[in-house]
Design a protein around this ligand. Structure first.
Ligand code: AVJ
Length: 321
């Protein structure tokens, strides 16, 4: 009789934490930042003066309606938004689209049912007649569903916020290629890219004096404590930010201030850290205009136009399939 070895089923979060902290150098994925506390801390980051990204993209959205409508050239379209959140920037576009008499359906995609409900209330209240067909799912489930829908509408897919920056260059290309496989010839993709700029400006956005970014990053360890029963001592870790102006990556690390062992009793696992060992918790990749064009081509799109803010700090880049 073969012995049956019980295989404990780990949650995706637990499995990735153990995998990332077993690697050398250790790392954790930034996608786990956003629990309820992480969402609130990210709101605080977006509101602080050093975090210019949100303001730049808001400025772009406030005045890009006409440029986008001229690219769409009068066709009815689906306005699809990946990771809609509270949709506050996109409402600037919607307002301009409606004022110009454009015919479109707003289809925000978000994994959070709560975010979709709140957005729905807001949209119905502000524009009761706007066709609103949200999809509560992860990106690829949602895109699969859209790929099967019978509409002959053109699609304008928004992937705003410089979320693409959490991928390294190779991962970004793979993601964009995969996204393209759900689209049809003529469909449009708008992706937010944070542009290379004065390294001091970039570093300040991730190394704020008020400590919001440090709290945001430390919350990842706190979440591992809360959800996986670990015993990270938060006071023994410090936030350290770097920006590499050649490669364009801002990186967030958590650095141990002395040797330590962290236990994950629920998972029957422990992890040792040497003094000053670091965990890389986020990469925020910055791009040059040339790199954006090259990425479009490598991922199989035709570059159409960059929509930039007045300081030239951020680009919403429009590509066609
Ligand atoms: C939401 C991924 C665009 O990388 O700038 C902000 C997240 N991290 N401050 C970014 C973040 C620290 C943000 N993105």
């Amino acid at each position: 009789m073969p012995k049956t070895i019980p295989v404990p089923t780990l949650s995706p979060f637990a499995a990735e934490v153990i995998e990332g902290l077993s690697e050398q150098p250790k790392r954790l994925s930034s996608k786990w930042f956003y629990d309820e506390r992480g969402d609130a801390l990210f709101q605080a980051i977006m509101a602080m003066p050093e975090y210019y990204l949100t303001d730049c993209e808001r400025e772009i959205f406030q005045r890009s309606g006409p440029a986008l409508l001229s690219i769409i050239a009068g066709r009815p379209f689906d306005l699809i938004e990946l990771g809609a959140g509270d949709g506050s920037k996109t409402q600037h576009l919607i307002e301009q689209f409606l004022a110009a008499g454009a015919r479109f359906v707003y289809r925000p995609i978000d994994i959070s049912a709560n975010a979709i409900d709140l957005l729905g209330d807001l949209i119905h209240h502000r524009w009761p007649l706007l066709p609103f067909e949200p999809i509560q799912a992860d990106y690829f489930t949602a895109l699969n569903r859209l790929g099967q829908s019978k509409t002959d509408h053109l699609r304008l897919v928004l992937f705003p916020g410089a979320n693409i920056g959490n991928f390294n260059r190779a991962e970004a290309e793979k993601f964009l290629r995969h996204l393209r496989s759900f689209l049809r010839p003529g469909d449009l993709l708008l992706t937010g890219f944070d542009l290379k700029k004065d390294p001091a400006t970039i570093l300040a956005a991730y190394n704020d004096p008020a400590g919001h970014t440090a709290a945001f990053n430390l919350n990842l360890l706190a979440r591992i404590n809360r959800e996986l029963g670990a015993d990270f001592q938060l006071s023994a870790w410090k936030h350290w930010e770097t920006y590499d102006p050649a490669g364009g990556a801002a990186r967030s690390f958590l650095v141990a201030d002395g040797p330590q062992t962290v236990h994950l009793p629920d998972l029957d696992h422990s992890i040792t850290f040497e003094a000053y060992e670091a965990i890389c918790v986020e990469i925020s990749q910055k791009y040059s205009r040339e790199e954006i064009r090259a990425l479009a081509a490598a991922a199989g799109y035709t570059f159409v136009q960059n929509l930039e803010d007045s300081r030239g700090w951020f680009a919403d880049s429009v590509w066609r399939v």
